[in-house]
Write a protein that binds this ligand. Structure first.
Ligand SMILES: *Cc1c(COP(=O)(O)O)cnc(C)c1O
Length: 396
């Protein structure tokens, strides 16, 4: 079977998986070890420069991780992939590989709060300048461009306001100006969107979310050109040391086998929830790319090619923070917590939780109202999710 030519779901199940040559085990064993012993022939081979298949120490790589990287690379259509201990580690390593002290980068303003803090507080200390832009029009980007600009960064879907990145324009600007384009595709996953196909250079993920999908680990991934990833692997990755445990890699391999099934259900449920919410008089506004009322509905339809519009729904409850809190506290099926992309429906209030550490002006500039609620729609039966929302809303 030529896996390269197979459809997405087949890749999700089979990619990266080899039958164990020693035992015949269908699934590869997990190697829970910190170090690997060399016999004299292995040592000779390693010293002669033939390092293929030789493991040394768990901070460099482990076999379970290799398998996971092959799977993610194939799903993203990437030459190479590196997985990390968290999404933030993936973002840090991917960006710091291309922009250094004394240089400059451009980032879209609405990004994950951890990324925002990295690009402001940490990068300020590292003397890396960052310009945040309000839109990615040619004119705006040209205005932000400097002689020493190296990187342009954005998320495929803006969090939590769910705007959609015009990937072609974004990648096109980067190519025309010799910048490395990096996108965080956590919300879309390779099931909905493969940014490299649009000319983006590097894709990063918090695999904590949909890629693993079961809420039982923290992880990240970087995918892109062979050399770009290899440079990270042999430098910052080694020395800063954000390696994922073999067990996390094993769980992610297991989670990825159902990525297409889970994403299909997340999308179907979220669409139904968004359409229902839009009809409720106590809801001021519903933001979901699958709704005709979404300003980038057409762009999302083009980019996601009919596969759906993702599992995240944001909405504003009439009556501001108090009403939003009352509602969020009473959606019985949903767990009130940060994070997203789990099988379970999760609910959170961006102004209090994920974006609570940002100054009010920054939040408002990102379009985060006090009454905003973000729902990560799970894969439960959708009638139960809607019933639960209806009950909570009746108490507002
Ligand atoms: C959660 C998240 C991150 C950070 O990932 P961690 O795995 O928590 O380090 C980055 N970007 C987005 C869009 C996220 O949702």
């Amino acid at each position: 079977m030529n896996l390269e030519k197979s459809s997405f779901g087949t890749k999700a199940v089979h990619a990266g998986q080899d039958i164990d040559p020693i035992t015949g085990s269908l699934l590869s064993p997990m190697y829970m070890t910190s170090t690997y012993c060399w016999d004299p022939p292995t040592r000779e081979r390693y010293l002669s420069g033939d390092k293929d298949g030789i493991f040394t120490y768990g901070r460099s790589r482990n076999p379970t991780q290799n398998e996971l990287q092959k799977k993610i690379a194939m799903l993203e259509g990437a030459e190479n992939c590196l997985v990390t201990a968290s999404g933030m580690a993936a973002i840090s390593l991917a960006v710091m590989n291309a922009v250094h002290s004394g240089e400059h980068m451009i980032a879209y303003k609405t990004i994950y709060s951890g990324s925002f803090k990295l690009f402001t507080q940490i990068f300020e200390e590292m003397k890396i300048d960052v310009t945040f832009v309000d839109d990615i029009s040619e004119e705006t980007l040209r205005g932000a461009l400097r002689e020493n600009t190296k990187v342009i960064y954005a998320e495929t879907v803006f969090n939590p306001t769910l705007g959609i990145l015009d990937l072609e324009a974004f990648a096109g600007f980067a190519k025309a100006n010799n910048l490395v384009s990096i996108v965080d595709s956590t919300f879309t996953t390779p099931y909905l969107l493969r940014p490299l196909e649009y000319g983006v250079d590097v894709v990063v993920h918090s695999t904590t979310k949909y890629i693993n999908g079961h809420g039982d680990l923290i992880g990240g991934a970087i995918a892109g050109k062979f050399d770009y990833i290899d440079k990270i692997r042999s430098s910052t990755y080694q020395e800063l040391g954000p390696v994922p445990s073999p067990f996390s890699c094993w769980l992610m391999l297991r989670g990825l086998k159902t990525l297409h099934l889970r994403m299909r259900q997340h999308c179907e449920n979220a669409q139904a929830v968004a359409e229902w919410l839009e009809k409720q008089p106590k809801i001021e506004k519903v933001i979901y790319p699958g709704l005709k009322s979404h300003p980038e509905h057409a762009l999302a339809t083009k980019l996601f090619a009919g596969r759906g519009y993702g599992g995240m729904v944001s909405f504003v409850v009439k009556g501001g923070l108090e009403a939003a809190t009352k509602m969020s506290d009473n959606v019985e099926i949903a767990k009130y917590c940060v994070s997203l992309g789990d099988c379970d429906t999760l609910i959170e209030q961006p102004p209090l939780m994920t974006h609570g550490m940002l100054a009010r002006e920054v939040r408002e500039a990102m379009g985060i109202d006090d009454g905003l609620v973000r729902l990560s729609v799970g894969i439960e039966d959708v009638n139960d999710i809607i019933e639960s929302l209806q009950h909570a809303l009746s108490l507002v």
